[in-house]
Design a binder for this molecule. Structure first.
Ligand code: NAD
Length: 394
């Protein structure tokens, strides 16, 4: 059974070799510091009680409070959450923000719950986690199937528990409730910025570059919108209901995907010929089974862990450039950091300030990774882990 945490451990070992550090020096990063499982009884609309499983993995606080999203998905389990938490540790270190890594969520299909049931479930989760989260301890954020509304409920519940307003306990809130302008689109914006940068390294302009995007949620939708603004030609997109391919280019601003007839499966979408493929749905999408069929020249990972370690080897052999998740999708946590700073300092940044600071941070991280990739002749993922590990070890 594939376990993404094993891939992370392999990468850290490879990074340590490049740095020439002994395994004793980083053994503490190879295991999460704390793993929490909670059971969440919820009164359903039919009056019956149902009990859900929740998780929070606190991987590392070496560089600051644990930071990472909450996912509501039926396939979420402790192994998945462990990998997601570790990715956050390496991501925050790579982009040099003062956070550690955490992740969690609930094993649930939220489409099967009413909004009242979901709210009660979120409140139960926060009551269970309250002793181990907080603005200087562990700061959750949105992830798959959670959003600013979920975060607003968390602030409300957590503030009641501790008896004072505490907006900085989560990021990704609505702007009226202490959220930052620019946070909703930040991950997609970061993906678009990184796409532009990697194309430039290949002497190609973003204008007219063909892009295929898997997933049309918070990451995929904004990546599509901003890439379109940059002049890229989006020729394929998808969501859980299937894909839509239009070689002439999709009119993203006027697209309602829910009303668009699908003409391609999600599997086919991944193998379309294009300059850039952006997997922005779930992990484990490009594997040993389909890696050889990938025809994109570049993969920019919008999702966490969309390409497995085995697939990476095949992609490298066939000359596909992979820009890793811990770099490409870091825009969300970077603007989360700005949101947290604004909450703690009682400030409001303008959209221009958020986007400019985000752009500078992403580009600097990209340049570091690219330089390491050239200097050490290693794929960008290994380069990213090497920089990140070096910073974690101080
Ligand atoms: P989301 O819930 O907003 O959207 C997920 C999208 O993926 C939806 O369009 C859904 O229909 C689609 N999808 C689900 N299963 C699919 C399948 N089998 N095939 C194709 N599409 C499918 O979630 P999101 O916040 O956009 O997160 C997407 C990915 O990006 C996740 O891996 C998440 O961990 C990662 N990520 C999110 C953020 C963030 O700020 N939201 C930051 C960094 C990384």
């Amino acid at each position: 059974m594939y376990n993404p945490f094993d891939d992370i451990c392999n990468l850290v070992n490879a990074a340590a070799k490049i740095l020439g550090v002994d395994e004793n020096a980083y053994a503490h990063i190879m295991k999460p510091e704390r793993e929490i499982t909670v059971s969440l009884p919820v009164k359903m609309d039919n009056g019956k009680q149902q009990v859900f499983d929740g998780f929070r993995i606190q991987h590392s606080c070496i560089r600051g409070p644990y930071k990472g999203g909450l996912r509501y998905h039926p396939n979420l389990d402790i192994e998945n959450a462990r990998a997601l938490a570790a990715w956050m540790t390496f991501k925050c270190s790579l982009v040099d923000i003062p956070y550690g890594g955490g992740k969690g969520g609930i094993a649930v299909d939220p489409s099967q719950l009413s909004s009242g049931e979901l709210e009660r479930l979120t409140r139960a989760f926060i009551r269970a986690l309250a002793p181990v989260i907080g603005p200087h301890v562990d700061i959750p954020a949105p992830d798959v199937n959670t959003d600013s509304k979920t975060m607003d409920i968390i602030v409300d519940e957590y503030s009641k528990i501790i008896g004072k307003p505490s907006p900085a306990v989560v990021t990704g809130k609505s702007v009226d409730n202490g959220g930052s302008i620019g946070r909703t689109e930040a991950t997609g914006r970061g993906v678009a910025i990184i796409t532009k940068e990697i194309l430039a390294k290949n002497n190609q302009s973003i204008v007219g570059a063909t892009v295929v995007i898997q997933g049309f949620g918070k990451v995929g939708y904004y990546a599509a919108r901003i890439l379109h603004e940059f002049g890229a030609k989006i020729i394929g997109i998808s969501d859980i209901d299937g894909g839509y391919h239009n070689p002439a280019g999709i009119d993203i601003p006027n697209l309602d995907l829910t009303k668009t007839k699908r003409n391609i499966s999600n599997e086919e979408l991944l193998t379309l010929e294009c300059d850039v493929l952006v997997p922005a749905a779930l992990g484990n999408q490009i594997t040993i089974k389909n890696a050889a069929d990938i025809r994109a020249k570049i993969i920019v990972e919008g999702a966490n862990g969309p390409v497995t370690g085995d697939a990476d080897v095949i992609l490298e052999k066939q000359g596909t450039t992979v820009v890793p998740d811990i770099l490409a999708n870091a825009g969300g946590v970077i603007v989360s950091y700005y949101e947290w700073l604004q909450n703690l300092e009682n400030e409001k940044w303008t959209e221009a300030r958020v986007n400019e600071t985000l752009g500078n941070t992403m580009t600097a991280a990209f340049e570091n990774v690219y330089q390491m990739h050239i200097d050490k002749s290693v794929p960008m993922r290994k380069a990213a882990y090497t920089i990140s590990l070096q910073r974690l070890l101080g």
